[in-house]
Design a protein around this ligand. Sequence first.
Ligand code: HEM
Length: 435
Amino acid sequence: MTYLPPGNSPYVIYVLATLVAARVFYTYLGRKSDNPDALPLPPGPKGLPIVGNVFDIPLNQPWLVYDDWIKTYGDMVYLNILGKGILILGSMERINDIFEKRGNNYSDRPPMPMIKDLMGWDFALSFITYGSGVDNWDNENVKDLEEALGMVFEAAVPGRYLVDIFPLMKYIPSWFPGAGWKRTAELSRKLVTKAVNDPYERVKKEMSEGKAVPSVCSQLIEALPSVLGSPERAKEEHLAKSILAQIYTAGADTTTSACLTFLLAMTLYPEIQRKAQAELDSVLQGRLPEFSDRPSLPYINAMVKETNRWQMVTPCGLYHSATESGIYDGYYIPRGTLVLGNGWTILHDPQEFESPDQYIPERYLKDGKINPEVRDPTVAAFGYGKRKCPGRFFSEDSLFSIIAHVLSVYELKPGLDSDGKEVRIIPEYTSRAAS
Ligand code: HEM
């Protein structure tokens, strides 16, 4: 467990010490006027004077540590990171109260200076301020975008970069000793700018030459205001590029991760693979599946649910941020508190899912049909409230189609080692925001 990004030098530490002192003073003043009744903050690990829980923040599989804290402190756990609050929610009751019933106050995103200002992701809908209009959007390509995506998922791990706690650090020049994170951000910005612009410009060129294949991109270009060089056209064009890049960035790695989990499960649970194939054989009678077969394939639908639950793609979701200070259940929640629902706790709760660490599609079935009484993983797998993933239906359909097609034609087994024996698969997941 480490909080300070690797490569921080004493110079950075001095800058930080000054910023910490200023922040603690500022926070103290703010709290006094904001919380006149001196209501307590929600419970959580004790932390150290001034720096709070800085050294408690987990960077490795944080959702498991959050899960442990929830078991220790209850379904609301509060951390103080140098005066900045992080609130972790660990039950559906808390999640509904905060993200649904009080959604107007808990649907913002934190400023994320590392990702938005430095790494070049200010175009992305997933990071824009709640309530802002599109006017605020400022701003071989798959490979570039994939590399940039790897970096953003790393940066989105709660607590990964100190600049997100101290936005002023973004002005530290990249040559400053220990500012390696700044150079990472610059590399990301270059990749993102290229990956957002180049494919769009290519389609535009192909359209002008009459060679373009019809696509979402070509349709958006056709719908642009016709006056070339007009401010309206520039604004709409910027929006079109942002939407196209967002669809890819939000959907590609996440859905791929779910597919990899399905492949992993099939190698670990061959009997489940056989049951799925038996259902496909009996319903499809040798042809390939269609979406219209979905209602007739309950076992495959149960596998879609279990794949989204068993090894979640985004186990602690994305941070929301409190627009204003508030009082909830007798606790004071300061403005700007980062709030997350620990989906892992919700979807690995043994009261709801017996043997939660096992891949068991049968848990969703009763009398050969999906049992509506079993908690649906979509309550947590795709985030919460007003920021809940808009791509969830598309993603679930994609996963259904992939599972049904792959199992219709393939038998999945572990690979063979040099002695011709099946290798033993040991599941291991990354610690990035999309695992
Ligand atoms: C397995 C697949 C996917 C998973 C697990 C997933 C998960 C998530 C999560 C956890 C969030 C944050 C929600 C919150 O803040 O509470 C999110 C937001 C978002 N997702 Fe997905 N997603 C997936 C696929 C997709 C796809 C296929 C698309 C688009 C085609 C997409 C587009 C978006 C967008 C635009 C946002 C930002 C919403 C906002 O901030 O208001 N996602 N997703």
